[in-house]
Ligand binder design. Structure first.
Ligand SMILES: C[S@@+](CC[C@H](N)C(=O)[O-])C[C@H]1O[C@@H](n2cnc3c(N)ncnc32)[C@H](O)[C@@H]1O
Length: 193
């Protein structure tokens, strides 16, 4: 396991209730203001901290909860709320590739993932491939400044480097939201043409 990866043995930390105020899923969902979303691809889904509330907010849709760690996928399979079992689909992915068809997603979500990626550009290209034209990618990750908790400062990613990756991939309508105390929150759109 690469040194930057989240240690699956600590997965209970991902379900800590403090996260509801610090990285509020409802606020993030409302801010993204998706028009009639049907498919969300959550890359680096962990324990489904976002996949679960996003599925509840999208009662007729599907959330693909993708992760590279078998421990996370197993945890989701065993612990996802029964009523969401049909609507959240755990997916085993590789470091740079998601085994899902192109053009299916209204939203590709990545939370607290960017600083762990070996090849962020490749994952941004995957996000672009997975999105429908007009679909959004949203990246939430720890600010590269001291915060009350979070990964070591030296592995955190600057907002500018994510903005550069959006531009290099072909994303447009980039927006940076200042609503989260400890996290960058960026979104961008796959163009219609
Ligand atoms: C810090 S956890 C965040 C989990 C979840 N997004 C959340 O906010 O609760 C990062 C997750 O990304 C996964 N991960 C790391 N690199 C990945 C990659 N290249 N593709 C998919 N998942 C990855 C890890 O296994 C871990 O579950």
């Amino acid at each position: 396991m690469s040194a930057n990866k989240f240690n699956p043995a600590k997965l209970a930390k991902l379900n800590h209730p403090d996260r509801y105020s610090r990285e509020n899923p409802d606020l993030i969902w409302k801010t993204l203001a998706l028009a009639d979303p049907r498919v969300v691809v959550d890359i680096g889904a962990g324990t489904g901290f976002f996949a679960i509330p996003f599925s509840r907010l999208m009662p007729t849709g599907t959330v693909y909860a993708c992760d590279i760690a078998d421990e996370m996928l197993l945890w989701m399979e065993e612990n996802l709320p029964e009523e969401l079992a049909e609507r959240i689909v755990p997916v085993k992915m590789e470091e740079r590739a998601v085994p899902l068809p192109a053009g299916i997603a209204d939203l590709v979500l990545m939370v607290n993932l960017h600083h762990e990626l070996e090849d962020a550009s490749a994952i941004l290209i995957e996000a672009f491939r997975l999105l429908k034209p007009g679909g959004k990618v949203a990246i939430v990750d720890w600010k590269d400044e001291p915060t009350e908790s979070g990964p070591p400062l030296e592995i955190r990613v600057s907002e500018q480097s994510i903005l550069d990756q959006f531009a290099a991939t072909g994303f447009e309508q980039v927006r940076a939201h200042a609503s989260l105390p400890c996290h960058h929150f960026l979104e961008a759109v796959k163009p219609q043409h």
